[in-house]
Ligand binder design. Structure first.
Ligand code: ZN
Length: 133
């Protein structure tokens, strides 16, 4: 059995007048994440780990912020593209572990985060462990 492990990391600044989207779920909040796409930082970190595990570069290579077609893009669609890249090479995700670090003033405990994998259509079977800090 061949196994590859990728580590993903991403950070976006919280600002006013932007939606807060985490793993495809919009969280009601007065602040949102700044970015060229929907700035879904957790999904970006997952893509970063997937690409890193196969040495395929980073998400900026595939979805550059200079390309207007990705402006406001749904990161779950970007994840589908990355998933396709991984599957084309004969690999698949067997597990992921996500650690989200939020400023204590911006923590949001949401059960919707735990149900995300039923709606993204990408990895409904993906066992995911989440930890919040
Ligand atoms: Zn990002």
């Amino acid at each position: 059995m061949n196994i590859r492990i990728g580590n993903g990391y991403d950070i976006h600044r919280l600002v006013v007048d932007r939606p807060l989207i985490l793993e495809g779920v919009e969280i009601p909040h007065e602040l949102g994440l700044l970015g060229h796409s929907d700035a879904d930082v957790l999904t970006h970190a997952i893509m970063d780990a997937m690409l890193g595990a196969l040495s395929l570069g980073d998400i900026g290579h595939y979805f550059p912020p200079t390309d207007s077609q990705w402006a406001g893009a749904d990161s779950l669609i970007l994840l589908s593209h990355v998933d396709q890249l991984v599957r084309e090479r004969g690999w698949r995700i067997s597990n992921s572990r996500i650690i989200q670090v939020l400023d204590a003033a911006h923590r949001h405990k949401s059960s919707t985060l735990n149900s995300r994998h039923t709606s993204d259509g990408c990895h409904p079977e993906l066992p995911t462990e989440r930890r919040g800090r």
